[in-house]
Each structure stands twice: as C-alpha cells, then as structure tokens.
Design a protein around this ligand. Structure first.
Ligand code: BDP
Length: 696
C-alpha cells in the first residue's frame, strides 16, 4: 500500500475513533437517573465547592455509613473532579463531618456550616444513620443543582412516615400496568444470585427518601408466601436495609385455605377472618415471615375488588379483614395498608360513591396499625378526577394516598406527561374536613385528624428497561413522587427544575425551556383525552380512545357509562338530582359541585349532564368549548415536539433521539384521541367543529 493511502486510512480510523469516543462520552442511556454526578461545569462554583469540601469524616461503620461513604466517594469525586480524602477526625478546614445526634429524629437531619475544633466544617447530623444518608443525598443534590454551600442551616424531616412504592409485579416477571420492561426482581435467580441492580434501585429510592417497597402485585399470587419465596424476599430485604427500605407484600385473602405454614397449619377449609384456625394460621405465617425478615414492613391488601377474594366472601367486614392481619403482625411492629379500591355494584349504581359508602361506617373499627389506602380519585387514576371524598371524612383511621406513577391512563411510557402538577392539585385540595385549610396533604400527614400513623404510596413505573421507566422523562415522575412523599410542600416547578439539572442540563435557558414544557404536559394530556371532567374514555388497553364502547362484562368498565352522551348533552349527573355523589363532600364543595353554575369547568362533566348548547363561563357553547379543549391539547403536544427539537444541541444525543422518537408517536396518538372523541360526540351534538379551532 502506498504511504499516502496508508496515511489516509489511518486518519480515517482516527477520525472514526474520535467520533466514537465523543459520542460515547456524551451518550447517556438514562441508567444513572438523577445520580449522574457529572463534573461541575461552572468553574467558579467548582472552586467554591472544592474549597468547602476537601475531606470527609463519617463517624460510624454501620452498613448505612458504608453506603454514605460510597455515595460521597462517587458524588464528590465525580462533581469535584478530584479524589476526596476520608479521615477519622476533623483535621483541616473544608471537612464534611457526618455524625449522629440523639436529639434529632430517626429520619430527620440537619446540615450546617460550623466551626468544629477550630476548623471550618459542613456538618450533617441525624438521630440515626438513615437520616445521615438522607442528609448526604440532600447535600449532593444541592451541589448538583448549583446551590451555595455558605450559611447552610437546613433542617429537614419527612412529613409522612410510610413512603412506599407499590410494585404491581408478578411472579413470572410481567408487571401489571408496567411499561418499562419486565420486573426488576429476578425470582428464578434469587436467593443465590443477587443482581447489582437491586442496589441501584435502593440507592435511587433512598436519594428521594422512599422507605418501603411492596414487591408484588396487589392481584397477589400465593407463591410469595411460601418458605422458598420468603427466603428470596429476605435477600432483597438484606440489600435494601442499609438504604432504609423495608419490604412489604401484597397478600391474597385466601392464603390460609391455599397453603400450609412452615409449622404445618393449613391448608384450611376457610379464610374467614374471625375463624380461630384462620387467626392461628396468620399468626404462624407472620412468625415465619419475621423469622426470615426481622424488619418486614407489613401487608398491602386488595380485597373484594375486581374478583379478588376478601372478608366479605365470609360475610365479614373490611375491618374484620384488616384487623385479622393487623393482629398477626402487630407484635413485630408491622402495619396493614388496606385498600379502599372497592366498587361493588350492589352498593350503589354510581361507581364513584362506593368506596366511601363501604368504608365510612367502619371508621372506628380498625386496629391502630391499619391504614386505609385510597387512590387519589374516587374512580381510578384518571387523568383528572376530583379528590376521593374519604380523605378528610375518615377521622379515626389514617387514610394513606395511593398515587399512580406508572402512566396507566396517561399514555403509558410513550406520552411525555409530568405528573407533579397533578399530584399537587390533589394534595392542595382543601377537603374542609375541619374547616378551611384541611388540605388533602394535611389529612395524609395526619395533622388534620391527629393520626399517629401516616403513609403515601406510589404505583411504581420501574422495570428492567435500561433507563428504568421506559420514557426518559418518566424518570421525573419517580423523582417527583419521592420528593413529594418527603415534603408535599415542594412545588412542581422546584421539583422539575431539580430533576432537569440533575438529569439533563445545567444550562439555564435550556432548564427554563424544558421546565415550562414539562409543566403544561398534564393539562395537555387531559385536554386531548378527557377535557372538562370527562373520565374513563379509554379503550380496553387503557391507552387509546374508546368513547363509543358501551359493552363489557361490567357496565362500569365502559366509557359510555361515564360519558352518558346523548342528543341532550354529555356528562354524568352526580348532583343531588342525579346520583348525589356531591353529598359525600364537605361544604362548601358539596354546594359548589352540586350547582352547574358554580361547578369548576375542569369537573363539569364529572358532576353534571350538560346540554350541548349550554353557555360556558367563556361564553362558548359546551360543544365549542369541548372542541377548543381537544385542540388545545393536541396543539400543545405539537408545540412540545418543536420545543424539544430546539434543544438538540443542548442535551445528550442519545436522550435527544430517544425523546424525539417518543414525541413523534405522542403527536400521532394525541390527534387520534382528539379526532376519535370529537367525531363520536359529534354524532350526538350534531354541531360543527368551530372553524376557529380547526384553522388554528
Ligand atoms: C386498575 C388497573 C388494574 C389494577 C387495579 C387496582 O387497571 O390493573 O389491578 O386498578 O388498582 O386501574 O387494583
């Protein structure tokens, strides 16, 4: 080969290599979530941080302290671009000192600048090691998001005690309503092989303050309660423990009649909660569970709902059902999260009313280690619902909120929908249970009714996809859920901003553009799917539109049951002249929702059957308003795709391409929702789509 040609080939190879390495160094597959710890790009900030922290002292050698050291090693060396020295005592200025202080609560922490032994230090202190880990993550987050480390005077503790993720994961690795691959739990490999991803999962959760995982689907499988599986679960619990995460299991009510305990009790003829042999069975099973997992968190229960067995099969109440389990695990400090997701058609023709009607009469009957877990809305995780009226109404029983992080009804892992604004709307809703200021958040955190036990659950959106959540932006929902579970007073904007800085970019223009884009996504999704209080209009997959569906094995599974569209109008009359669901609310909501004139537009068709030519507050007819909303939703998505395109040079190329592909589909899907729904409802309204809307 001629030298010139050889040189050319060598140059080409070099260029290819260079390009490869450039791409590689930027390519972000999303695995590291918000814990990337990239080197601080702002040189002034960098030197400020380098001066503030050059040495670390972690007092303690528990497994959690070891986690703290590892995290600091990773985080500080990554962000500061240099090795950090760890020592046993404070020897110089710029020491980060981490130690327990028994005056503080277990999870509570403080972060302060302090002069210790004549040295300038940053201290993180907490009552227990787990609080030190939370404080550590908080400090790292401050650095990731560019906050000053001067004049620190942070004091933080969670407002809610139990902050769990609910995994609807099945034994075979599938996930009910999971859109990010298969289950993270590899049951066939456990307990011998322990995937390193379990640690990464625990780390991510601990970084947010999540302190529990319900490992299996609420539609539970008895297999998880066999000794073989308890040993597998114990292994997961061992991995999670240093991160402060307890494991919980969803039970199946008929377990006593399905299997033997380790001591040979069962299978029994019955699972009746008041039967002495059943009581004995659960006590024995509890003993076995705690033998393998001494800090087991407790049970989640879906009973007498959607075909699941429950105490009512034995003519016993939900309280009887919950108390049986509560008594069995109380000696070990376990709790029962008993779901209020019940909608027996015999209770009332209106599905929205049923949970309240079943649970309210039981309010004083639950044992002290039981929480009732209710979804945020009275129907089922719809893009928008009014608040489930049980919040605030139950006084003696703590009601914990179940939020859905996985986007079952909000476009799966294809649509970009940031859910924090939705959760904030629920949390800030004033129930008026004890007069003004009785927000749902304050009901959940126990301050309205002085509940001793408090909790919040998020139905997880994680799976074994490399980026955990399917859609890169869906990571922001996991992040937001955890942050709000710790502190429901944070705003959706603040959380979005932190997430963007930690996950995408620290460029201030790009942060603002992406944040603004995220903030409108939820309202857009409502608009192109179910505007003005419409709900449950999806097809059987829960992804696409299905307003025309009027037949199913249950009438309350059909969109037609909810939209009630006819030539007179559209919407479900839940006012006092209709199903009277409005009376489940406290005043003034009861009256506000009841009156079509005062009912907020966003809930209008939830509470009222409204004539097509009804004059809305905007001055438009209902029909025109409906069309306007559908188009507003799709316009937003189209605009979002353009906005994202403008971010091309500002974000990682792999993330950019991934999100672009998702947005392309999002645009198509949102138009399908709009067109299918408008066309179907037009068959009743017989009114034209306003020109102004179409031409926009
Ligand atoms: C519904 C889901 C179903 C769940 C159920 C539940 O479609 O898969 O099992 O909720 O929460 O939204 O129990």
């Amino acid at each position: 080969m001629k030298p010139k040609k050889m040189f050319k080939i060598a140059m080409l190879a070099f260029i290819i290599l260079l390009c490869g390495s450039i791409n590689h160094s930027f390519a972000d597959d999303g695995y590291d979530l918000w814990l990337k710890y990239n080197k601080i790009s702002d040189s002034q900030k960098l030197s400020e941080y380098q001066a503030a922290i050059s040495s670390v002292v972690v007092m303690g050698d528990s497994p959690t302290c070891k986690v703290i050291k590892d995290e600091l090693q990773k985080g500080l060396s990554g962000m500061l671009g240099k090795d950090i020295s760890f020592s046993d005592s404070i020897e110089k200025d710029g020491t980060l000192a981490i130690y327990t202080l028994k005056e503080l609560g277990d999870e509570e922490f403080i972060i302060k600048n302090l002069r210790v032994d004549d040295k300038d230090c940053i201290i993180i202190a907490s009552g227990k090691d787990i609080g030190l880990l939370y404080g550590t993550f908080d400090l790292l987050r401050m650095m990731q998001t560019g906050k000053s480390l001067d004049n620190l005077n942070i004091s933080s503790k969670p407002k809610i005690q139990i902050r769990v993720l609910n995994h609807w994961d099945n034994r075979n690795g599938s996930i009910e309503r999971g859109y990010a691959g298969k289950s993270l739990w590899k049951w066939d490999e456990l307990p011998d092989t322990v995937d390193s991803r379990y640690t990464d999962y625990a780390r991510a959760n601990a970084s947010l303050g999540i302190n529990g995982s319900v490992l299996n689907n609420v539609n539970s499988d008895a297999v998880f309660f066999t000794t073989e599986y308890l040993k597998k679960i114990a292994k997961l619990a061992d991995v999670f423990r240093p991160y402060g995460i307890k494991v919980y299991l969803s039970i199946r009510y008929t377990l006593p009649s399905q299997m033997k305990t380790e001591n040979g009790i069962g299978p029994l003829q019955t699972a009746d909660p008041l039967d002495p042999t059943v009581i004995e069975w659960w006590k024995d099973k509890a003993q076995e569970i705690y033998k393998y997992i001494p800090d087991f968190g407790g049970f989640l229960v879906k009973a007498n709902s959607e075909g699941q067995p429950g105490p009512q099969d034995y003519d016993k109440t939900h309280a009887d059902g919950a108390n049986l389990l509560a008594d069995a695990i109380a000696p070990y400090g376990g709790i029962v999260m008993y779901r209020a997701f019940v909608y027996d058609p015999d209770v009332d023709p209106d599905r929205a009313k049923r949970a309240y009607m079943e649970f309210m009469p039981l309010d004083e009957q639950f044992k002290s280690n039981v929480l009732v877990q209710a979804k945020n809305g009275p129907v089922d995780f719809q893009p928008r619902e009014p608040v489930q009226p049980l919040f605030g109404a139950m006084v003696h029983t703590p009601v914990m909120a179940e939020l859905q992080v996985t986007q079952e009804y909000l476009g799966w892992s294809t649509h970009l929908v940031y859910l924090a604004p939705m959760w904030k709307e629920y949390l800030e809703f004033d129930t008026y249970a004890k007069g003004e200021g009785s927000t749902m958040a304050k009901v959940i955190d126990g301050s309205v009714h002085d509940n001793k036990l408090t909790g919040i659950a998020g139905v997880s959106n994680t799976g074994d996809d490399r980026n955990w959540c399917g859609h890169f932006f869906a990571q922001s929902n996991w992040f937001a859920y955890g942050r709000l579970a710790w502190d429901h007073e944070l705003t959706a904007e603040e959380i979005a901003e932190d997430w963007i800085k930690m996950s995408i970019t620290t460029d201030s223009d790009a942060i603002n553009t992406i944040k603004t884009m995220m903030m409108g996504t939820w309202e857009a999704c409502i608009n192109y799917q179910e505007p003005l209080g419409l709900h449950h209009q999806m097809d059987n997959s829960h992804y696409g539109p299905g307003p025309q569906i009027s037949r199913a094995s249950r009438i309350d599974w059909t969109p037609a049951y909810y939209n009630k569209a006819d030539e007179n109008g559209i919407g479900f009359d839940r006012s006092s002249t209709g199903s009277d669901f409005t009376s489940q609310y406290f005043s003034p909501w009861k009256e506000i929702f009841d009156n079509i004139e005062t009912c907020p537009d966003k809930y209008l068709l939830w509470f009222h059957h409204v004539a097509w030519d009804y004059k809305m507050k905007s001055g438009r007819t209902l029909w025109d308003e409906l069309c306007v909303k559908y188009y507003e939703g799709t316009d937003y998505v189209e605009q979002m795709a353009k906005t994202w395109e403008s971010m091309k040079d500002k974000v990682d190329p792999e993330i950019f391409d991934h999100v672009t592909a998702k947005l392309n589909q999002h645009v198509i899907d949102s138009a399908k929702w709009r067109d299918t729904c408008i066309q179907y409802f037009q068959g009743f309204s017989k009114m034209p789509i306003p020109e102004s809307v179409k031409n926009n």
